[in-house]
Design a binder for this molecule. Structure first.
Ligand code: ATP
Ligand code: MG
Length: 723
């Protein structure tokens, strides 16, 4: 056997991990050191050299995109397709298992996955049903509670209320929510994991089967597994399985979602004799970028600590740009992107990373104006767009009439004269008779409703039955096409004049193409439609339909994990935004934000821009902030400040501490004036700085005062207040 291609371009430590004997192993290493690469090569090695059947491998990645990439990389190494290889996210794999074993899992065969929007809607409806005041009980908090319990593997009966009436109520909500889901055959994301764990735990035969099958369990991004994911892995591994996990404690960024970096230690206890391999050479980034990242993360106390180095080029300095506001920031980024594209680089090799999703809007506007194609990961997700969810809801109803969340979504969309009162009646009937909305609709349409409402409801039910009948036996995309046609959604959105309606109609057409290019797995026992619907639910949040186009990549720092780009912009680097306001007062929270910053910096291969705005309008509010403390943690020698600024010896007097700004964001003693800055003068009132020149005692600024007009003032005399 010629093993060279598989071991090619691996360093000694990587090779040790790839070729390790079949015993538990843990690869702990910093960003860009080749962990994912090791995992891929390990899979190829096992199959090709050790003769392990692809069937006995289970590989867990962090995103569906990463899973697809891993599959194709393994195929490229082996030069053959690998079907029957279980590779995917925890959610994807759990889903696969539940589809196979729905009976054992206590689910209907056509169970539907609901995303977090659907889940929230169900919870709101639940509160309404229980006639609970939703000002006292915030639906989002209930959702948070339920998912948090599920992530820990807990059912309502496992949770103690500790004599706390609040908690008792939350547990009651959880129980009621479970009943609704069970009745409708609805499974939320956290439930996928919990059920997949329970189905193995409670079915000795099944567990034995899978333990016999999956000998090798490969896990990427191990630092971000939560309790139920870890429990599932551990159960599958048993005593004989060979878990092989790679991760980086410095990149644990999902603690808020239940991830526990402690699993790295737990693993070594649970699997005695674990081989621990450290990788220390970084192959991704320039020395400048890597050293900056190392310096930032060194400020964290809770670390295993590691030494990451590179023998690559020093590279360019990290460019820090201080923008006047969020628009200036977007303009700057777009300008740089233009240059980058003009130099012949691929757009897809650049990424704009931000802390919070809402930041993407201004960037998107700018990119649209500049006609630069872009794609948002995790923002406006294709499968989460309203019109797509409408069409999917119709499709779901054709497959499962008891899907209440779909029923409520489209019963009056397009409007067909089924009002809130009718819906309320159905809800109470459903509640009183512990049945689905569909059944309730059937019952009240014949008994309780007056003529017009009854007819409207009957027409809706006839429509769904017709959709199911007429699409029976059609190819998946014809099914989708026909259901959209019968739904009259297109005519409905045509009334919505302007670009928005048009986009929605285009998206519906895109859904048909998505169905066309969808390849159902012949090994799955469910219908192509159910598989497509599950795919839609799982895929939402990752990429968009037009994935083939060369686009600039926009995403949150969280979703950038595991990825790399030659050019990276980290924007919105302001205290309060990043680190996020919520976490600055809490040491653990701050350390998690710092790890996120480390993840962000280490996505960059060649060129990194860090930008912040002095003034930012976000969620409709104007904020003035300091540059992120993380910028100050990057040693000066790695930084080049972009905006030419006038430095003055005599500081201006800041009016309040929150408005205090410094010229560099680091050197506190030196306070600079920025063009565009608002100031107040005793005599002339308020104005904006237009221009500045000179140094020290001679520094002068030109200010455009609102009332007094434009004036040149000597700074050391003018006594300007910053605003
Ligand atoms: P992260 O922590 O961000 O997930 P990682 O440790 O998984 O990073 P990889 O993505 O596997 O790192 O590798 C980073 C980059 O370095 C990739 O482009 C990879 O191809 C390259 N690389 C890794 N090892 C080597 C090697 N031995 N020789 C050449 N290139 C390598
Ligand atoms: Mg990786």
């Amino acid at each position: 056997m010629d093993v060279t291609p598989i071991l090619d371009r691996l360093n000694d430590a990587q090779r040790e991990a790839v070729t390790a004997p079949p015993e538990p192993a843990l690869v702990i290493a910093g960003a860009g050191s080749g962990k994912t690469r090791v995992l891929v090569h390990r899979a190829a090695w096992l199959i090709d050299v050790e003769g392990v059947s692809p069937q006995s491998l289970l590989a867990v990645t962090f995103t569906n995109k990463a899973a697809a990439e891993m599959r194709s990389r393994i195929e490229a190494l082996l030069k053959m397709p690998v079907q029957h290889l279980w590779i995917g996210t925890f959610h994807g794999l759990a889903h696969r298992m539940l589809r196979r074993h729905w009976r054992e899992a206590g689910l209907p065969q056509n169970f539907q996955i609901i995303d977090s929007d659907d889940q929230l809607r169900l919870i709101k409806r639940l509160l309404k049903n229980l006639e609970i005041d939703d000002s006292r009980w915030v639906p989002k908090e209930i959702q948070w509670f339920i998912n948090g319990q599920k992530d820990e593997g807990l059912r309502p009966s496992h949770i103690d209320d500790d004599g706390d009436p609040n908690r008792r109520q939350l547990i009651a909500f959880y129980r009621a929510y479970e009943e609704i889901c069970q009745r409708g055959g609805l499974v939320d994301f956290a439930e996928l994991l919990l059920r997949a764990h329970e189905v193995l735990r409670d079915n000795a035969e099944l567990l034995e089967h899978y333990r016999g099958r999956f000998k090798h369990l490969l896990v990427d991004e191990f630092q971000d597994t939560n309790a139920i994911q870890y429990a599932w892995l551990r159960l599958l591994a048993g005593d004989k399985g060979v878990p092989f996990a790679v991760g980086d404690d410095d990149q644990s960024i999902y603690r808020w979602r239940g991830a526990r970096v402690e699993h790295i230690h737990r693993f070594q206890k649970d699997f005695p004799g674990t081989r621990v391999v450290k990788l220390e050479q970084n192959y991704r980034s320039t020395a400048t970028i890597l050293n900056a990242a190392n310096a930032v993360i060194a400020n964290n106390q809770a670390r295993m600590g590691k030494n990451l180095w590179t023998d690559g080029a020093v590279g360019e300095l990290i460019k820090v740009y201080s923008a006047y506001n969020e628009r200036d920031e977007a303009d700057f980024i777009i300008g740089r992107l233009r240059d980058w594209i003009a130099q012949g680089n691929a757009r897809a090799d650049s990424a704009i990373l931000y802390r919070s999703n809402a930041q993407s809007r201004v960037l998107e506007e700018g990119l649209i104006n500049a006609r630069i194609p872009y794609r948002v990961y995790g923002g406006l997700r294709f499968f989460e767009r309203a019109e797509i969810k409408d069409a999917l809801a119709y499709l779901r109803l054709t497959s499962n009439r008891d899907d209440d969340s779909s029923f409520e979504r489209v019963v009056n969309r397009p409007t067909r004269g089924i009002g809130a009162r009718t819906v309320d009646m159905m809800r109470s009937y459903a509640r009183a008779n512990a049945c689905s909305m569909w059944r309730a609709a059937g019952a009240i349409a014949s008994d309780e409703l007056n003529g017009r409402a009854a007819n409207a409801l009957k027409a809706f039910m006839t429509l769904i039955e017709r959709m199911a009948r007429e699409t029976n036996g059609l190819e998946l995309h014809d099914k989708v096409d026909h259901v959209i046609h019968l739904s009259t959604l297109v005519a409905f959105f045509e009334k919505d004049k302007g670009e928005k309606g048009e986009t929605r109609i285009e998206n519906l057409a895109e859904l048909v193409s998505a169905a066309k290019s969808f390849e159902p797995d012949p090994a799955e026992e469910m219908s192509a439609l159910d598989e497509f619907l599950s795919h839609a639910a799982l895929e939402a949040g990752e990429g968009q339909a037009d994935a083939w186009e060369d686009c600039v990549q926009l995403m949150t720092m969280h979703s950038a994990k595991g990825l790399e780009f030659p050019l990276v912009f980290m924007c919105g680097m302001e205290d309060g935004l990043f680190p996020h306001q919520r976490s600055v007062s809490d040491a653990n929270g701050l350390e998690e934000e710092r790890r996120l910053c480390y993840v962000g910096i280490t996505r960059a291969m060649q060129c990194l821009y860090v930008t912040y705005a002095e003034q930012r309008r976000l969620h409709g509010m104007d904020n003035f902030s300091q540059p992120s403390r993380f910028i100050a943690e990057i040693p000066n020698k790695h930084i080049e400040e972009i905006r030419p600024r006038v430095q003055v010896a005599r500081p201006l007097r800041p009016t309040t501490p929150t408005q205090k700004r410094t010229a560099t964001g680091r050197a506190g003693s030196e306070i600079g004036v920025r063009l565009g800055q608002r100031v107040r003068h005793n005599k002339f009132g308020e104005g904006v700085i237009l221009n500045a020149e000179g140094q020290g005692a001679h520094a002068r600024v030109e200010v455009n005062f609102e009332v007094a007009g434009t004036k040149w003032l000597v700074l050391s005399y003018a006594n300007l207040d910053l605003m």
